[in-house]
Design a protein around this ligand. Sequence first.
Ligand SMILES: Nc1ncnc2c1ncn2[C@@H]1O[C@H](COP(=O)(O)OP(=O)(O)OP(=O)(O)O)[C@@H](O)[C@H]1O
Ligand SMILES: [Mg+2]
Length: 507
Amino acid sequence: MASELVIIITEQRNRQRITLPSTKAPYRFGRSPQCDYVLRRNNVGDRQFTLDCKNGEWTLSDDGSDCGTWYNNRYIHAGEVCRLQTGDVIGLNTNDDLETLEITFRVEEINTGVTARDGVRQEAASGAVLREIDIKKKRRVTIGRGEDCDIKLGSDRVSRHHCEVVYKDGHFELNDLGSTNGTYVSGQRVRSRVLQNGDVINVPTQVFAFSGGMLHYHENKTGVSVQLVNVVKTVRDRNTGKPLNIVDGTSLEITPNSFTVLVGGSGTGKSSLLTCITGTAPCTTGSVRFDGLDTKDNRNAFDAVLGYVPQKDIMHDNLTVEQSLTFTAKLRIAHDATRAEISAAVAHAIAAVDLQGREKTLISQLSGGQKKRVSIAMELLASPRLLVLDEPTSGLSPDLDRSMMELCRKLSHENCTVLMVTHNMSNINLCDKIAFLGVGGVLCYYGSPEHLHSYFDVEFTSDIFEKLRKKEEIEFYREKYFTTPEFNRLVAAYPDAAQEAEKRCSQ
Ligand SMILES: Nc1ncnc2c1ncn2[C@@H]1O[C@H](COP(=O)(O)OP(=O)(O)OP(=O)(O)O)[C@@H](O)[C@H]1O
Ligand SMILES: [Mg+2]
């Protein structure tokens, strides 16, 4: 059956839409004039990649050039064939050189004439495996922590028998089985609900898509990705009474299992941006997405994947580390957890923050850094896939700052994406990405620590803080960010993010 592939090609801020009919496939992309789509760029291979269509299925394969082709979140090997789906992003030239242009190709639509199962991606964040369960065939599918469940989830926030989907009288019904932390459909907590095609079901730490009598889900042990698209927070100015933007059009993507540090001078809107992400004080316009899904309509479900460590520690000084964590565990994890499960979760959290040997120590006798580790362990009990920390190192000595940064880095490698606000720049090289804010809540840099100084053309980090107090410098770097590979990659997947760039750059 004939089909066509619609792709959006983004090169810097230029975008074009092309439609490829399957009747003329395959399509070769590369520098050679023999290619069907010629990319006139030095660091693109003569034959870079091929898009083909066989039996109605579109595929991408890398043609083995020296410059890698990336597909969603990873480079593919030469000869590897990936099945394309709507929303997939193919990119070239991610060699981290900010001066080099980057091209992305986003699969906008695949028109096959048959109804495609939308919303379900073949490949998600690295490490995730797509699973499907045919409910009609099994008649009843149970989801929970118990060994006897058809879909067994590891998190302690999931009840032993959490929910079920049954097929009866020609329809599919979702029933919550009295779970502690709830079952949600499109953001609404439900007891029992007849499922419609396209419904999104959330239980703690897991999302399912229902379509065509099938449950689709990513068996997923990775951190979430976060997409901010034109995030604006407007308040009424205390002095003038007029509207004031304290977060001003931020767009960026935090990749799964990365460690990102948010920095900027005092009052530049770091905490405000953080609360837009955690949902404590949601953004006025724009969207905050976890794994590409808007958090606005699904707040409760997204809270389940989020761990937030506020600046001030909230702990009882006269409990031991172990008592305090056990107390939290009983509140946080499913009520049907056994004593053995609770103590295993506590031991695991203590080990994760390197506090072994301090289990019986009173909180009051811990150092500032150790107390902060207990706060982090409390969040880890709920198996967060995104950990957000507001200035965990303020007031700590330089060696403790380093060990906190090392801990965050380690956690980001263990199933969790980490975002941290800090004032201390001395150990900044330990993070993967830095987001730098200028006065007025303007994102002026988002990229690797290695490129920070050359991007701002300075020798010392303190000079950046100095620069980002001046209005014209802030506007210059706001626009410079719109030309970076990080921004272009986001725009390829979320074209709305370009609105602010277009507005600013045409002024
Ligand atoms: N209602 C308001 N009227 C005027 N300014 C406001 C209002 N609410 C917040 N602000 C300003 O918004 C800015 C952002 O505050 P926020 O706490 O997010 O900054 P921050 O970067 O976290 O600062 P710090 O490093 O000091 O923690 C501050 O300059 C604050 O004064
Ligand atoms: Mg703050």
